[in-house]
Design a binder for this molecule. Structure first.
Ligand code: ATP
Length: 448
């Protein structure tokens, strides 16, 4: 058997549409640039991605959750540096009207040429702010301007003392949040890799100055462990430390986790040592103290922040890319291709499928009962259309770890055939024990 892994993002784009993972937004109107909708399976899987991250963070003893609003006081973005600094340099081609980024367009950097038509008749670079602006209230004047947040992190900083005091946690501790962010990206693309509306999963860990380097290392290790736990192939991951010139204005140190997407290694997550930049700025702009008082040592200080920031959509994409494989077997009958999403079962949208061997009422009745029984604990699918082999393949392609076939023997022995996605092996399991069986297998997946 030959195994082929994902080579082209388009393979995933079409699988996603065909099987209901991701659709283009407003498709019947021709779509909306870089906006995507998560379909029946995609919305389930996205919840699983979020749950995995959320649990990894907030089930720790030293992290609390937060769900801050998207619209914040405009001063937040002044203080954070986004109003003045969150921008990309844009150049217009006066011949073909193409607009492109000056800082990452090869033809421009090399010999000041338009990447589209090659003309040198170009505008000077202009700074283009990436924040979406809107107005709050009925009057659209400059006093009513608010921004859609370009990152969730600022909600954590302005709520630092609210979270600390209400939970009575001591530094070091962290705040975790999942939420939508918006950036008017100039170069969106590569499916859901870079979009203008996306979800972020960010955690800010507040530590005593001087201990930051050690916590930075700790979080690098923890995040690497997360990807390993969820089955991302470590060959497809690497740390990419930021050099001096690459560091963001707020960062003391930074490393990105890169994933080998089909278009090459690209950022999946950022891990940053933000120092006390954000809390200090908010103290300055709000006039309120965000200092922490350490009861034990009677010291007052502004904590340093280690941040881990990953895009939910980008992680979703990495999971799909990593899981996709084609198993190709050749025999005298020709070539057979089994498409499998080898997703970790916690991430897979459907945990088990119930497949009655025939549509006859005799089997449909008990099969439906079994579906309802499994659905009490898991997301399940019921499929009675087509040959059993075809139905197995349909489940393989969406990553379902277990298929449970109800056959005529089931009526006598009360058992079903459970077929495993990874090994394709089958075993008989009593229906009354099936929920416990699936739960145990999901928990200890590598033992399958
Ligand atoms: P990019 O790789 O798009 O240049 P960035 O370096 O600007 O991202 P950060 O500001 O560090 O990203 O944001 C943290 C994480 O949020 C990124 O690692 C990425 O996973 C996700 N993210 C950022 N921008 C987008 C976007 N436009 N679409 C999808 N995910 C995004």
């Amino acid at each position: 058997m030959k195994i082929k892994y994902l080579e082209d993002l388009n393979t995933l784009v079409s699988l996603s549409k065909r099987r209901g993972f991701v659709f283009q937004s407003s498709e019947i109107y021709g779509g909306l640039g870089s906006c995507w909708d998560y379909g029946p399976l995609g919305s389930l899987m996205k919840l699983n991605v979020k749950r995995a991250w959320w649990n990894a963070m907030t089930r720790r003893q030293d992290i609390v959750g937060l769900d801050a609003s998207i619209l914040m006081h405009p001063m937040v973005w002044k203080a954070s540096g986004h109003v003045d600094g969150f921008s990309d340099p844009l150049v217009d081609c006066k011949e073909c009207k193409t607009r492109f980024r000056a800082d990452n367009t090869e033809s421009y950097l090399k010999d000041k040429k338009c990447p589209n038509c090659g003309s040198k008749n170009l505008s000077e670079p202009r700074q283009f702010n990436l924040m979406f602006k809107t107005h709050m209230g009925p009057v659209e004047d400059s006093g009513s301007v608010v921004y859609l947040r370009p990152e969730t992190a600022q909600g954590h900083f302005v709520n630092f003392l609210n979270c600390q005091q209400s939970s009575r946690y001591k530094v070091p501790f962290g705040i975790a949040a999942i939420g939508k962010s918006f950036r008017n990206e100039i170069t969106p693309g590569n499916f859901i890799f870079r979009t203008r509306e996306f979800e972020q999963m960010e955690m800010q860990f507040f530590v005593k100055p001087g201990t930051d380097a050690q916590f930075f290392e700790m979080w690098k290790e923890i995040r690497w462990g997360f990807y390993k736990k969820y089955g991302i192939k470590t060959d497809n991951l690497e740390f990419h430390p930021h050099g001096e010139g690459e560091l963001a204005h707020y960062a003391k140190a930074a490393v990105d986790v890169h994933y080998r997407f089909p278009m090459g290694f690209s950022e999946l997550e950022g891990i940053h040592n933000r120092g006390d930049f954000d809390l200090t700025q908010h103290m300055k702009f709000s006039g309120k103290s965000l200092e922490y008082f350490d009861e034990a040592t009677k010291e007052k200080f502004i904590p340093y922040v280690i941040e881990t920031a990953v895009g939910c959509d980008r992680l979703f994409l990495a999971f799909l890319c990593d899981a996709y494989r084609e198993e190709i077997t050749t025999s005298e009958k020709g070539e057979d291709v089994r498409v499998v999403l080898g997703l970790h079962p916690e991430i897979a949208p459907i945990k088990a499928a119930v497949l009655p061997l025939s549509k006859k009422e005799e089997l449909a009745g008990p099969a439906e009962k079994l579906r309802a029984q499994l659905a009490e604990d898991f997301d399940v699918q019921y499929d009675e259309a087509g040959s059993i082999g075809k139905r197995y393949r349909r489940q393989d392609e969406i990553g379902t770890p277990f298929c449970c076939t109800v056959d005529f023997d089931s009526l006598n022995d009360g058992a079903v055939t459970v077929r495993h996605r990874e090994t394709m092996q089958q075993e008989r399991v009593n229906m009354t024990q099936l929920n416990a069986y699936v739960a145990a297998k999901l928990k200890n997946f590598s033992a399958n």
